[in-house]
Design a protein around this ligand. Structure first.
Ligand SMILES: Nc1nc2c(ncn2[C@@H]2O[C@H](COP(=O)(O)OP(=O)(O)O)[C@@H](O)[C@H]2O)c(=O)[nH]1
Ligand SMILES: [Mg+2]
Length: 320
């Protein structure tokens, strides 16, 4: 029997129940008291390492992620003593509020792993989560941490601001582009530069790789000098070429972060997350104040010219 009590579910998920894990993630997506209870339990878990895979639709993110799963399970660690024997993938499409066609495609593409007990794949959609996907994803990552996952791959579709926001919740972000990438990304180059720890030119079997590399190099030059210069790798996701090297680059980036920046990064992320929760709560408080008898009475006074909006708002806040 599958429980509806988050406390029991976390226990069952910890013992390996995928059904319990799936239900917890549904709580996280759907918002409400079950989400809050789940979040409250999951935060205690050790944070998994999060690798984001982002880029425009069709760039090959799912195919690449699919290949990474093989390499990652084969290696079974980040290179040190930190072993893992399972990996999970969150597929996030901010442009689609429900699990739609693109995600179905991902499911089918990753089907090779669907029956593998070491792999857990989940599509995420927002269904009223306070703060939307950008808060649902870190909650989901913590739930996976509670279920003993040490590594979470997050595939995010797109190149817009929202996607950049989700991508910045990763420890290492891989930005996937294709030869002749320019147009799709033009609008948000700065955002991409901000989040990219590793660039991948996928579909390197197609012409234009050299020009794309030159573009990326130029962009990185303009971005100035940083301690970490994102490497530019080439992959052919359909046959696995370059995927092992991609994982090596992730491991390198992780070592780099662990020599100092990981804590800072996670602290910054925590601030962003807490700010979002605060904003969402304040917004919902405003929503609650901005209707009802007291509110309408203030509107009447405003129309009658016996008060001004600042005094009216102050009065509503004080009455609450
Ligand atoms: N030629 C070529 N096609 C690829 C490569 N990687 C992916 N594709 C194809 O590109 C299409 C989109 O791939 P998909 O992984 O769904 O992209 P996503 O939308 O970024 O997840 C599929 O038809 C893939 O087979 C590659 O390296 N070379
Ligand atoms: Mg995909």
């Amino acid at each position: 029997m599958i429980s509806s009590d988050p406390v029991e579910l976390v226990e069952q998920a910890r013992e390996g129940s995928r059904t319990a894990l799936a239900r917890l993630l549904t709580f996280v997506e759907s918002g409400g008291p079950a989400q809050l209870a789940t979040a409250a339990l999951a935060y205690r878990a050790k944070a998994p390492y999060v690798v984001g895979v982002t880029g425009p639709p069709g760039a090959g993110k799912s195919t690449l992620t699919d290949q990474l799963i093989n390499v990652v399970l084969d290696r079974g660690s980040f290179g040190g003593a930190d072993d893992f024997d399972q990996v999970s993938v969150l597929c996030v499409d901010p442009s689609s509020p429900f699990t739609g066609g693109a995600i179905l495609g991902d499911r089918i593409r990753m089907q090779g792993h669907a029956t593998n007990e070491h792999v857990f794949i989940r599509s995420m959609a927002t269904r009223g989560h306070l703060g939307g996907l950008s808060l649902a994803v870190p909650d989901a990552v913590r739930v996976l941490g509670a279920a003993n996952f040490r590594l979470v791959l997050v595939e995010t579709v797109g190149v817009g601001q929202m996607e950049v926001e989700i991508a910045s919740a990763a420890d290492t972000t891989i930005v996937v582009v294709n030869p002749g990438w320019g147009d799709a990304m033009q609008a948000n180059k700065a955002g991409l530069l901000e989040v990219a720890d590793i660039f991948v030119i996928n579909k390197a079997d197609r012409p234009g790789v050299r020009e794309t590399r030159r573009d990326l190099d130029q962009m990185l030059e303009l971005g100035g000098a940083h301690e970490w210069r994102p490497p530019i790798l080439e992959t052919v996701a359909t046959d696995g070429t370059g995927v092992a090297e991609l994982w090596d680059a992730v491991v390198n980036h992780r070592s780099f972060l662990e020599s100092g920046q990981l804590e800072d990064r996670r602290r910054t992320r925590m601030r962003v997350e807490l700010d979002k929760v605060l904003s969402a709560m304040v917004r919902s408080r405003v929503g609650a104040l901005a209707h009802g008898d007291a509110y309408e009475a203030q509107i009447d006074s405003l129309l009658a010219g016996t008060t001004d909006p600042y005094r009216a708002a102050t009065a509503l806040l004080e009455e609450a």
